[in-house]
Write a protein that binds this ligand. Structure first.
Ligand code: TRP
Length: 325
């Protein structure tokens, strides 16, 4: 029986790229599998760029988002990583068996380090903690973005090494579950990402969304409405495709190419589409943000469920490694 595990770093107010990326899969998978979803606040602490940021506030915002998009605390186990101390115990055990060479070669490391700062030991071990997150629940399916593939590979290597060192078939080798849909572009056309400053966030109101969409680049060759456009190079169209049906997208495509749709009108209609998608999500999100006691309740409930399984794993692992009497 497969088990789904995934985590999200609390690094800011979630944005459309998060919602249309991995999180969409999370919601989909919770109906078919036993699923564990958590806010990876230790990972935020390990990241250099997050050090000064409000991890606590961002954790609330991430949790409110998970509930707002339809994750159900009864169907899934939803929790905050730091509330389940077993994550750090398994991290310690894996630290004992993970060669530093694997971590030094981790291709995501160079994106995380900064030239003007020393590399913290914890940041080097980022993938080891991630392996602990997944294997603590014996997860087999991990819905994440493509950028996480190297971490998943290290997770499998750690599982394999543990099993072979101790002569057991204990940990499974988890697989990534990737989202088939293309990466959502941000308002500058690059991948939507907080570090690029090109996001539409869950907290943006209609006017903000409208003015951000107005800034997007369409087709520089299309000056007048009647000029034939090239939707394939238009960021507005690329973003729109993520929210509408194929038929709708084909219709817009045709109108743009025929010169029947102007870019300003196109932008305003995209802003409306995004707003219609986001409104009900925002309503729930802001409800939870203004009822922190309910977030605490959800987090405690989820941590309780997670700890039952986590404690069992740690007991078995300590027995296998022979550390405890
Ligand atoms: N590293 C992941 C990211 O930045 C977050 C994460 C932490 C994670 N632990 C995990 C994802 C375990 C999947 C499974 O997106």
């Amino acid at each position: 029986m497969d088990r789904v595990v995934s985590g999200m770093r609390p690094t800011g107010v979630p944005h459309l790229g998060n919602l249309q990326g991995a999180l969409r899969k999370w919601v989909e998978l919770q109906d078919s599998y036993e699923s564990f979803y958590f806010i990876a606040d230790w990972h935020a602490l390990f990241g250099l760029e997050e050090r000064s940021r409000e991890i606590k506030q961002n954790t609330k915002s991430a949790l409110a988002t998970l509930l707002a998009i339809g994750l159900d605390p009864e169907k899934s186990t939803i929790f905050v990583q730091s509330q389940v101390p077993e994550h750090t115990i398994l991290f310690t055990i894996f630290s004992a068996i993970t060669p530093t060479g694997w971590l030094g070669r981790n291709p995501t490391l160079k994106d995380m380090v900064r030239a003007d700062e020393p590399l913290p030991y914890g940041l080097l071990g980022y993938p080891v903690l991630q392996a602990a997150d997944i294997l603590l629940y014996k997860g087999t399916l991990v819905p994440v973005g493509k950028d996480q593939m190297p971490h998943l590979e290290i997770t499998r290597e750690i599982a394999r090494r543990f099993n072979s060192m101790y002569g057991v078939e204990y940990f499974p080798e988890p697989q990534a579950v990737l989202n088939e849909s293309p990466v959502l572009p941000g308002i500058d056309g690059r991948k939507m990402s907080k570090s690029y400053g090109n996001i539409i966030s869950i907290e943006d109101d209609f006017e903000t969304i409208k003015s951000k969409v107005r800034l997007m680049i369409t087709d520089p060759q299309k000056i007048r409405k009647s000029d034939p456009g090239h939707p394939d190079i238009c960021t507005v169209f690329q973003m729109e495709k993520s929210f509408v049906s194929t038929e709708y997208a084909e219709d817009i495509f045709a109108k743009c190419v025929q010169g029947a749709l102007g870019c300003v009108a196109h932008k305003d209609s995209l802003a409306k589409i995004i707003w219609e998608y986001l409104s009900p999500i925002r309503e729930k999100y802001f409800y939870y943000m203004s009822h922190p006691e309910e977030l605490v309740k959800v987090a405690n409930y989820g941590a309780g469920k997670a700890r039952k399984i986590a404690a069992q794993t740690i007991e078995e692992v300590l027995d296998i490694t022979g550390v405890v009497l």
